[in-house]
Design a protein around this ligand. Sequence first.
Ligand SMILES: Nc1ncnc2c1ncn2[C@@H]1O[C@H](COP(=O)(O)OP(=O)(O)OP(=O)(O)O)[C@@H](O)[C@H]1O
Ligand SMILES: [Mg+2]
Length: 498
Amino acid sequence: MHLHVNGVVKRFGENTVLAGVDFDVRSGEVVALVGENGAGKSTLTRVIAGVCRPEYGRLEIDDQPAGFRTPDDAMARGIQVIYQEFRQNLFPNLSVAENLFVREEGRRFGRLLVSKSAMAAETARLLGDMGMTVDPQVKVGRLSVAEQQMVEIAKVMTHDLRMLILDEPTAALDGRESEELFRHVERLRGEGVAIVYITHRLDEVFALADRVVVLRDGAVALTGVTCELTREKVVSAMVGRTVDDLYPKQDNTRDDIVLSVCGLGRRGVFEDIDLDVRAGEIVGLGGVLGSGRGDVLRTLFGLDRADSGTVSVHGKPVNARTPAQAIRSGIAYLTPDRQAEGLCTGRTVRENISLAALADFGGPLGLVRRQAEKQAVDELITELRVHTASREVAMGTLSGGNQQKTLFAKWLMTRPLVLLMEEPTRGVDVGAKAEIYRLMNELTARGVAIVLVSSDLPELVAMSDRVLVLRQGRIAAQLHGGDVTQHAVLEHALEAAA
Ligand SMILES: Nc1ncnc2c1ncn2[C@@H]1O[C@H](COP(=O)(O)OP(=O)(O)OP(=O)(O)O)[C@@H](O)[C@H]1O
Ligand SMILES: [Mg+2]
């Protein structure tokens, strides 16, 4: 298959999101589609998939005008997409097996064969192929984000597949799962599938892609064969300038302990967690998915209950049974899961940002001081360079990375003493990443204590003053100073095999 889009123009109101894009991809090649947040990558994907109608432009498949208009047309041609906000396609209350075959019932198995056991067997086979051991009967809503992502990928495999678009597929995966995914991508390429791979991680671009297409402000800024390009060339095409210092880490650690955690445990998940974080210090928690690193944060924030241990902030005991109590103790939690618990996509940007801090804008008679609220929101939008038409548009119309920045803004509004950050730059482009790191510096300079969980190892290592590595729910190692390396973190995280 050779798919070619020609001169595609897509506008949302005044905003021209695709300004005449030419793009093509062939069977058996991986094309990386990169660009800053809001550059138009996901929109181009939606045009190809027939989800979004462009104002102008042509689509050709094998030099024949295609012009499909609906997702069904695209699927009939063998075009499948793993969306950035992929979980909108999954049904949390249905089992893994039901999710995989929800469109297929009646087609693939016919009436007689829609037996639960046939679906379960086929599901187990598909998941097994992907190295997953999830029970086909378990409800998708109970799976981790990474597992849900793998289910979505398995679902694509149930179709006749000629072209696959993956929109930031590794954003929710850890290193090992990403490797697994790469193997699938390579296998599909070998089978002659045409692949478009969208990512903000340049190492993935150079590891996987045959060609690179850089979008900037809705136009193609650079295209070329990967082996003839350098990281510098790609980055400067993306941002229109050179980004010299990707990790501008400052050492702002002071003496006083802000967060003190002693013997924290949650049965079956983690135990004996001792952790002191000083003012201005960033302590990283390393470990693979399932090591308990994210669960510790959820428990500190009152989303899960601890069975043992004590927590205090500035020496005052904290017994956070709910997030509201945690917030009152000065703890904020930047969740990795902006779709499920971070943001309300139907509400405005302003409402999302000020939600957790509304108490600060209380006026007489319980009214919200709107003017002060608007001003504070605007300041944060400017400071974080959130690309949005205004603070009053719906959250759901922002690009993925800009939603992530908005989530950050929401927690800055509460002026936390302790900031728990999980995957803070997931889906964020290289330029905006550096901005978020600079903001972390500003927070630590003000004395905020930060606990950082990140599957982006270079980020974890570069931004943490210390790293505790969790393995199977216990602290397996504490790394300081020069010992904090990617290699050391990985080694301790995976040691079981050695
Ligand atoms: N339904 C919509 N209504 C209005 N504007 C939209 C809509 N969908 C996208 N946009 C706008 O189009 C622009 C491009 O968005 P898109 O999601 O394609 O960016 P992206 O390159 O995928 O970014 P990211 O890396 O953050 O995912 C953004 O400015 C976004 O606000
Ligand atoms: Mg996108």
